[in-house]
Design a protein around this ligand. Structure first.
Ligand code: PEP
Ligand code: MN
Length: 351
C-alpha cells in the first residue's frame, strides 16, 4: 500500500476535496483529512503509488506531496534538494546570511532588558532573545518575569526595533506570548512536549525549536514534524548542545548536527553556543565554528554584568565581548562570501 501526505493551501474548498477523494476512490484508495492550521493535511492511501501521487499533484490547491513512509515526511529533505527560507518579521533564516540573535538569558528587570537590547542591536544583532518564562532545574531559582515580562516586551520591541524571540513553556501561555513575540522558542526541555507542539502548530506562529538535551537528530526532526503537521509553516531548528559523558563543559555542542540536519531536512538550523558550552570564553570559538559548519545563525546570551546575572551568567558575554564577537563574525562571514543578516528596521509600532 502506498501512502502519501499532502498539504493544501488555504483556498481549497469542499468541492476540490470531493473531486480529489473521488479520484483517489477510483484507484481503490482512501483519504483521511485533517485540519492543519489554515490548510488541510491529507493522508492518502492506495495500492498504486504513481496513480496516487498523480491524483494528489493534479489538484491545483495541493502544495506539497510527500511519501508518508519517510521518517519525518514534512520536515525531511525536499525532492529537488531545495531549502526553506523562514522569514520572521523581515529577518530571513536560511537565505545565505547568518542571523545573529542575542540578548539576556532572562529579563531580570526592565533596565537589564532594555540596556541589553540596545547594546546587542547597536553591535549588529538582527533579533533579540530574552526569556520571560524560564525552565529552571530548581523550583526555588528565578523563573523569569512571566506574564509581567511579556507585557514589558512589546514596548521594548517597539523601542529598539528588533524582532523578538522568547520561550513559551505552557500551552496556557501561547496566546499571550504569540501576541507579542515574533517567534516563539520551544526550549530543550520541551522538545518532546507533544501537546505544546500541536498547539503551537495550530497557532501558526514561527517557532525556534531547540534540540532536546538527550534527543537524537531523528527525534528532533520528528518534533518539527509535529509542528508542521499541525499547521506551522515557519520552523527554525536550533542545536544547543547535548548531554554526553563529558562534564568539562555544561553540554557538548554537536556541530555535526548542522551538516546532518541540512542533509535530512529542508528547514534552517541555527546554533546556540551559550548553552552548548556553558562557558563564556568558549562562545566565540564555537560561534566561529558554527558559521564555518554552515549554520544559518547563532543565538547568544548577553548580560550587562554576567557575574551578577540571575540565570546563566557563566555563559553570558558582556556588552564589549559581544560587540567584539559580532565584529569577528562579520569578518568570518565575509571570508565565507556572505554577510550577517541585517536587522529589519521595524516600524516603531505594531497594530
Ligand atoms: C534559553 O534559551 O535560555 C534556554 C533555557 O535554552 P535551552 O532550552 O536550550 O536550555
Ligand atoms: Mn539561558
Amino acid at each position: 500500500m502506498a501512502k502519501y501526505l499532502a498539504l493544501t493551501n488555504d483556498r481549497v474548498t469542499e468541492e476540490h476535496l470531493h473531486d480529489l477523494i473521488t479520484s483517489i476512490g477510483g484507484l481503490g484508495g482512501d483519504v483521511e483529512v485533517r485540519q492543519s492550521g489554515a490548510r488541510l493535511l491529507l493522508i492518502a492511501e492506495a495500492l498504486a503509488a504513481e496513480g496516487l501521487e498523480a491524483a494528489l499533484t493534479a489538484c491545483e490547491h495541493v502544495r506539497t506531496v510527500v511519501d508518508a513512509d519517510l521518517p519525518h515526511p514534512l520536515a525531511g529533505p525536499v525532492a529537488d534538494g531545495g531549502r526553506t527560507v523562514v522569514r520572521v518579521a523581515g529577518v530571513a533564516f536560511g537565505a545565505g546570511r547568518p542571523v545573529l540573535i542575542a540578548g539576556p538569558c532572562s529579563a531580570e528587570n526592565p533596565q537589564v532588558l532594555l540596556e541589553t537590547a540596545k547594546s546587542v542591536r547597536d553591535a549588529g544583532a538582527a533579533m533579540l532573545r530574552v526569556g520571560m518564562f524560564k525552565p529552571r532545574t530548581s523550583p526555588y531559582s528565578f523563573h523569569g518575569l512571566g506574564r509581567e515580562g511579556i507585557a514589558l516586551l512589546s514596548g521594548v520591541r517597539d523601542e529598539i526595533g528588533l524582532p523578538v524571540v522568547t520561550e513559551v513553556m505552557s500551552v496556557r501561555d501561547i496566546d499571550l506570548v504569540a501576541g507579542v513575540a515574533d517567534m516563539v522558542q520551544v526550549g530543550a526541555r520541551n522538545m518532546q512536549n507533544y501537546s505544546l507542539l500541536v498547539e503551537l502548530g495550530r497557532a501558526g506562529v514561527p517557532v525556534l525549536l531547540k534540540r532536546g538535551l538527550a534527543a537524537t537528530v531523528s527525534e528532533w526532526l520528528n518534533a518539527a514534524e509535529y509542528l508542521l503537521a499541525n499547521g506551522a509553516s515557519d520552523v527554525v531548528l536550533c542545536e544547543r548542545g547535548i548531554r554526553t559523558f563529558d562534564r568539562t563543559t555544561r553540554f557538548t555542542l554537536d556541530l555535526n548536527a548542522v551538516p546532518v540536519v541540512k542533509e535530512r531536512s529542508h528547514l534552517p538550523v541555527i546554533v546556540d553556543p551559550s548553552h552548548g558550552t556553558g562557558v563564556a570564553r568558549y562562545v566565540g570559538p564555537m560561534s566561529a565554528a558554527a558559521l564555518a559548519a554552515g549554520s544559518d545563525g547563532l543565538i547568544i546570551e548577553v548580560h550587562p554584568d554576567p557575574a551578577v546575572a540571575l540565570s546563566d551568567g557563566d555563559q553570558s558575554l558582556d556588552f564589549d565581548e559581544f560587540a567584539a564577537l559580532a565584529t569577528r563574525l562579520r569578518r568570518i562571514c565575509s571570508a565565507l562570501g556572505t554577510g550577517l543578516e541585517p536587522a529589519p528596521g521595524l516600524a516603531p509600532a505594531r497594530p
